[in-house]
Design a protein around this ligand. Sequence first.
Ligand code: PLP
Length: 433
Amino acid sequence: MSTETPSFQQWEEARKVIPRGASSGHRLGFEQVFVKAKGAYMWDREGNQYLDFLNAWGPIVLGHSDSRVNDAVYKSVNTCDLTGVGPQLGEVELGEKITRLMPSAEKVAFCTSGTDATMHASHIARAVTGRMKVLKFHGSYHGWSDHVAVGGSRAGLTKESPLNTVNSAGLHPAVTGDVIVVEWNDAEGLRAAFNAHGAELAAAFAEGYVHSYGCVAAAPGFLELLRDLCTQHGTIFVLDEVKTGFRAALGGIQEVTGVTPDLTAFGKAVANGFSLAGLAGRDEFMDHLGAYAQNEVTIDGTYNANPYAMAAGNATLDIMESENTIGRLYELGERLREGYARAIVDTGVEAVVTGLGSEWAVYFRAEAPRNFRDTLDVNTDRYAAYQQSLMKQRVLETTAATGDRRLNASTTNDDIDAAIDAVRGAFAAAASI
Ligand code: PLP
């Protein structure tokens, strides 16, 4: 019997000192409080063991509490902590690695969250072009900072949201005058948006492979079209690889698709759970991060490139390269998706599983969605029954009916097969509604 304060009591105590009980909205909606994590598993305060398919929303790629990454961090802590002067311990080494691995990266600058990275990208794009507007795709999340500019929160995107209407020009009305919103995979809408606003667009933001509402690939030719339109109109193409970076491939989704952006925002999997993100891109754009001069922008951050994150990033990427972690993640992911698809057929539930590599999504609708609007009709009651059944069987998946989920490389084939059995029960529970 665990001696920990029970989870429900910990939640109550948390709500007294932390708004809603947790410092990130994504952490709400669960009854559990987890106190131990190792490999593919986490344990709650009651001592129950869960197979983890959340993986902290992306960062945990090798496995929880990977001792090789942790040892590298301990070593850095005991060698030289944050100095506040010049390149930090491990910074040049990690910069060299990322410029070697990521096609768009000629230079790299580090920060601490994906939100920082996309914010810096919009600052650079505005400095380079002297323009203010940005284009983004409906439902895609690029972090909270510069929220209005890079915009659109998932919370606001409901069926009733004005973003789900189309104006007379066939375009989604902007969140503000500075943001143009286009439906993902809508080539005509994208062309129309560039025709109408191209000369004013500083940047176009895209995920490359959408994870903001599950797992939705770009239609053939769509990213190429975006690349061409950005080039034609002098707009900076910002690829948000916060979720796909170091997961879809070591070089990110840009390596998989062969479409190279001007700037890339990355984060999450780069450091197996340590707080690290960054911005990469062509010299001519990254060099605008130079000064406080007119038409220049700067990057400042007390904890940017802190040596603990650098150590974690260097160790994570070294392990991923030497062990072909990406190959392993793809094998596991394919085994899992096949098993989920079989379970859907066997239980007769109306659902579909989509995904790439280590990531997947389950939609309670007949067909795979092509864009955000398609996901608005998923059956949320069935999803709730599915997710709660999985929780009872100690498999941790997202509470969001259009959420993405992912595995880490320490997951075994046996773990996957056990999860597929649990998922079969969860689909049966959903089918009974
Ligand atoms: N961009 C994408 C595609 C994301 O999924 C996220 C976070 O989930 C972010 C940006 C923001 O990253 P962070 O939470 O590290 O600020």
